[in-house]
Design a protein around this ligand. Structure first.
Ligand code: E4P
Length: 217
């Protein structure tokens, strides 16, 4: 079954969703950390007890050597840390170096099948196609997921596909239908996934009927 990650650096959000028992991992990026207003060190100190699955932390450097340096530093925060690298020439180079060092990577800002292919060749553990940003720009994020899935399956490529930049519950359904291994989901979308108006109506009816009946469990 497709795994569900939370795409946030907000600890309260992670705490709440981790409680549901459905969370397999967490992804962050510099924008999400900035929005949460938390340093990586403090974030990592809090999160260890909440998330044991893969936790993506992104480098901020633009050259491969500094990316690798930052990656090695970030990796000291936890066994489960996965290093997020941008899909650039330097990111590809850093990916290969980190693969040799046994450090897992998540190649991010992927918008084409060729970028995913390059990431896979470089030894990426995960690739993150940004379906929402593609859809925002009039392209079809689902088709990209489908293409990457087809290419990886054809060559038995083990790199995992994370559907990222999710905007709605429907995007999550589509990610599963089009073959993503994982969807990384914002808190608000995760909350909406639970809800259905007919569930609320049905529950109210059960409650009313039960109260009228005078029976007990
Ligand atoms: C992926 O790992 C990114 O953190 C994220 O999904 C980007 O989403 P956005 O397009 O909503 O910023």
């Amino acid at each position: 079954m497709m795994e569900l990650y939370l795409d946030t650096a907000n600890l309260a959000e992670i705490r709440e969703i981790a409680d549901w028992g459905i969370l397999s991992g967490v992804t962050t990026n510099p924008s999400l950390l900035a929005k949460a207003g938390i340093n990586v060190k403090d974030f990592m100190a809090e999160i260890a007890s909440l998330v044991t699955g893969p936790l993506s932390l992104e480098v901020t450097a633009e050259d491969a050597d500094t990316m690798v340096e930052q990656a090695k530093f970030l990796k000291t925060y936890g066994e489960n840390v996965v290093i997020k690298l941008p899909l650039t020439e330097a990111g590809l180079k850093a990916c290969g170096l980190l693969k040799k060092a046994g450090i897992p990577t998540n190649l991010t800002l992927v918008f084409s099948a060729n970028q995913a292919l390059l990431a896979a060749r470089a030894g990426a553990t995960y690739v993150s196609p940004f379906v929402g940003r593609l859809n925002d720009n009039g392209a079809a994020g689902n088709l990209l997921l489908e293409e990457i899935r087809a290419i990886f399956d054809r060559y038995q490529q083990k790199t995992k596909i994370i559907a990222a930049s999710i905007r709605s519950p429907r995007d999550v359904t589509d990610a599963a239908l089009f073959g993503a291994d994982i969807a990384t989901i914002p808190y608000g979308v995760m909350k909406k996934m639970v809800k259905h108006p007919l569930t609320d109506v049905g529950l109210a009816q059960f409650k009313a009927d039960w109260e009228k009946s005078g029976l007990c469990l």
